[in-house]
Design a protein around this ligand. Structure first.
Ligand code: TYD
Ligand code: MG
Length: 453
């Protein structure tokens, strides 16, 4: 029979330790953050004695792992910092293990040793992925275990530890099965304490549940320093890595990646990928720049109108909320007398993109007007801005980023409201407008304000 270990209880927020479990930490007053921990895992350095701040600064060693991939580096703003825990969530098969190997390669590249803990796959499966991805991994060590104590009691100083995955490891001192809320919480706090104590960066991989939230308790997100999700259609190759929480850099950053049999890497063409098959010169088509976290993507809104015989003509929207679409049609009918009731209207965002950025309103208005007037929007023209019910076009965030991406992709004329964040930096080719009819005039889709088309 295994020897009964003695256990203590540690607050996951402030590291205070207690001989018994309590609902609320008596030191920092956090609720439900006290977890059981084996005494063997507690060492002296975890006791919280005060220290002069100069001494802390002098020992400050947070040089992050230098991430070589530009898109991963952008998403993980601030880098993989020593002593921190970084959670990467995603559906099974999306590429988490592959991405973790990319980070491992960067960490060994700087001369360090990396420990890859696999609780899900065999060592051979990990090795096969390393070979398939063609990674130079001198210094990468792999251990197949589901035992957290083995990991956090290591005496080796690693440049990075990867735990694949949090659902596949467990602490034998508590009874719940691997993947249960208790185990996930226990293992995360042990890893987080290990990271801080040994100044090792720890990357924790985690499956996301069907509704998209990180599996395990909400506290898991609270226990780690940074949280990222890897998303995409498993059947396709595009992936995005998004930051939901980042103690060392910007949140809402997004990195665009591509998955192939050779691994995962930056997808530099993603921003304009939805425009690749665009037919220029076609009426009913308008290009805009939509927001994606702190980035922008270029999309094409297409409209087809056909004369209707019905009393209530069809309004079909694909990729745009029908409420938003209906509102834009109302504005066009009222302010430029579009008389949309003559037509069935079909609107679609090309490439299966879904838009929920109001900055796309103006392009939607232009696409519908262009389809009805049969006047195409010139191929170098793009538009953005939020349309209001008084026919005004409102300013939107990230205007400068939108201009830059549009210009970079050949849109030399951008019709948009004047924006305070670009007043200082005038972008050539920008046409400031204040109302929908001004915008449609500038785009040569109508000939005068209040037109009866
Ligand atoms: P992986 O990193 O194992 O995903 P996760 O850790 O999130 O479960 O990546 C799995 C993907 O790798 C899978 O969707 C397809 C791709 N893949 C190849 O392209 N070629 C191969 O030979 C294998 C085994 C996988
Ligand atoms: Mg995996």
């Amino acid at each position: 029979m295994a020897k009964k270990k003695s256990n203590s209880y540690i607050c996951s927020v402030c590291d205070a330790t207690f001989p018994t479990w309590m609902g609320q930490c008596s030191k920092c007053e956090s609720w439900n953050m006290i977890v059981e921990i084996s005494d063997e895992l507690l060492d002296d350095s975890m006791e919280s004695f005060s220290q002069p701040i100069e001494e802390v600064v002098a020992n400050f060693d947070t040089a992050p792992v230098a991430i070589s991939d530009p898109e991963v580096s952008r998403a993980i703003d601030g880098g993989v910092v020593a002593g921190s825990t970084l959670l990467i969530g995603g559906e099974p098969g999306i590429g988490k293990s592959t991405l973790a190997l990319l980070l491992a390669k960067d960490a060994v590249g700087s001369g360090g040793r990396v420990l890859y803990v696999t609780g899900e796959e065999s060592k051979e499966q990990v090795a096969a992925r390393v070979v398939r991805c063609g990674l130079d991994t001198d210094g990468l060590e792999v251990i197949a275990t589901s035992n957290i104590e083995k990991v956090v009691s290591t005496k080796v100083k690693y440049a990075l530890v990867v735990v694949d995955s949090i659902q596949a490891i467990s602490d034998s001192s508590i009874e719940s099965p691997p993947g249960s809320i208790n185990q996930v919480r226990q293992c995360s706090s042990l890893l987080s304490a290990f990271a801080r104590r040994t100044k090792t960066p720890v990357v924790i991989l985690s499956h996301v549940t069907k509704d998209g939230s990180i599996a395990g308790p909400k506290q898991l997100e609270h226990l780690v320093d940074s949280v990222f999700v890897l998303e995409g259609e498993r059947s396709g190759s595009s992936r995005s890595l998004r930051s939901l929480k980042n103690r060392f850099g910007r949140v809402s950053e997004v990195g665009y990646l591509k998955m192939s049999s050779k691994g995962i890497r930056a997808d530099q063409d993603f921003v304009a990928s939805a425009l690749v098959d665009r037919r220029s010169g076609a009426y009913g088509s308008a290009v805009t720049a939509i927001r994606d976290g702190l980035r922008v993507r270029l999309v094409e809104i297409q409209t087809l109108v056909v004369p209707t015989a019905k009393e209530s003509p069809k309004r079909i929207f694909n990729g745009i909320a029908s409420v938003r679409g209906g509102m834009i049609i109302g504005v066009l009918d009222h302010y430029i007398k579009l008389r949309s009731e003559r037509f069935d209207i079909f609107v679609s965002v090309a490439g299966g993109v879904s838009i929920d950025d109001p900055a796309s309103d103006l392009a939607l208005a232009a696409a519908i007007t262009s389809a009805i007037t049969k006047l195409p929007i010139a191929k170098e023209v793009a538009l953005f801005g939020e349309v209001g019910l008084t026919g005004e076009v409102r300013r939107v965030p990230l205007a400068y980023e939108r201009y830059l991406e549009l210009e970079r992709h050949g849109f030399s004329t951008v019709i948009a409201p004047r924006s305070s964040d670009i007043d200082e930096v005038r972008v050539p080719g920008q046409i400031d407008i204040r109302t929908v009819s001004e915008a449609l005039l500038a785009g040569r889709l109508i000939k005068s304000h209040n037109e009866n088309v």
